[in-house]
Design a protein around this ligand. Structure first.
Ligand code: TRP
Length: 337
């Protein structure tokens, strides 16, 4: 049996260390991690192996961003006393699990994953996709099941990964022995935060992100340059709130929902200018980002301390994955001696 220090259910989720994290990460997953970290035994994976699947030529970028991603999580309120932050590549048991799971997945199934499909188009990979990239959902299944996670807080774009994980769990448990746990996804109230350009999704590689570490000046400049309703030229004219990211951000970050409803009504009726509503959004975001930025700066002064948190988190995480791998090997009759 898995040695459990308590009977709490488990959370595992993660981030790719390819850059600092942004508001979309916060809304999609970090907010839920922070909220649930005491209720669940929580593991946060810094997925450096996954980051390398499309960054094989930039290992130094991945290395540098391990610290950035850790700082972002801690600055948002992840408490290292109750949560373990785990560096993926230092848990090689996950790579071994990936190898076993790859035999339970077909090429056609990998090619059908809608998120991977979209990313492949975006990157223009075609048939020259790195094999590791095409297979990263299987490695993600190893992350989730290696920790026997019950719940995975993620943004909407990650739902196909959880679905694929559940399929792998069902095949494994049926063919071998029921040792793996079928996880559930936890999607936030705002499942997808658009980018500042109004495009579907905020993304590091899309140049439309506001980072948790942005200074107030940078954040304000990004907000002032945000896409709104292109048909709304004069303040007194009616404007559209659908597909208008300024209002999506207010919905996500302003707890004063009454005020947001009033602003929406005024905008739709005519009489609220883009500049005015953007200035208000800057205020709202500054209130949210200021304490995060401050804590991040404090933590960043002592990177050794942060690396120690990662080392301890990784040691704890590795124990869990080692135990799962042992059960997996037994189930597969690979326990020879
Ligand atoms: N694919 C996730 C992302 O791009 C990162 C990730 C890696 C992850 N392993 C995970 C998320 C396990 C949830 C669970 O953000």
């Amino acid at each position: 049996m898995t040695e459990k220090t308590n009977n709490k259910k488990r959370i595992l989720t993660g981030d790719r260390p390819t850059g600092p994290l942004h508001l979309g990460h916060y809304i999609g997953s970090i907010q839920n991690r922070v909220k649930l970290q005491r209720k669940y035994e929580t593991y946060i994976l810094i997925a450096d192996m996954q980051a390398l699947t499309d960054n094989a030529e930039s290992p130094e970028k991945v290395r540098k961003n391990i610290l950035e991603v850790a700082l972002d999580n801690l600055a948002c309120g992840i408490d290292p006393k109750v949560c373990s932050i785990v560096v993926q590549s230092l848990v090689p048991e996950l790579a071994e699990l990936t190898m076993y799971y790859l035999n339970l997945v077909t090429l056609a199934r990998l090619q059908r994953n809608p998120t991977v499909k979209g990313e492949m188009l975006e990157k223009g990979y075609g048939a020259n996709v790195p094999a590791g990239f095409l297979c990263y959902p299987v490695s993600q299944a190893a992350d989730i099941t290696g920790f026997k996670a019950n719940l995975v807080p993620v943004g909407e774009d990650q739902l196909p990964m959880i679905e694929q994980t559940r399929e792998i769990v069902r095949s494994f448990n049926k063919i071998y022995k029921p040792v793996l746990v079928e996880p559930k996804a936890l999607v936030s109230k705002v499942p997808r935060l658009p980018g500042t350009d109004g495009k579907n999704k905020m993304g590091k590689s899309l140049g439309n992100a506001i980072y948790l570490s942005d200074s107030s000046a940078v954040m304000a400049k990004k907000v002032m340059g945000m896409f709104t309703d292109p048909g709304h030229i004069h303040a007194h004219e009616p404007g559209k709130i659908e597909g208008n990211p300024v209002f999506s951000y207010l919905d996500a970050f302003d707890s004063d929902t009454k005020k947001v409803e009033e602003l929406k009504k005024r905008y739709q009726k005519g009489g609220l200018g883009d500049v005015e509503v953007k200035k208000y959004l800057i205020e709202v975001l500054e209130k949210f980002l200021k304490p995060i930025r401050k804590k991040r700066e404090e933590l960043a002064r002592n990177p050794k301390e942060v690396m120690k948190i990662l080392k301890q988190g990784t040691e704890k995480g590795r124990k869990v994955a080692t135990q799962t791998l042992k059960e997996v090997r037994q189930a597969m009759h690979l326990d020879y001696f």
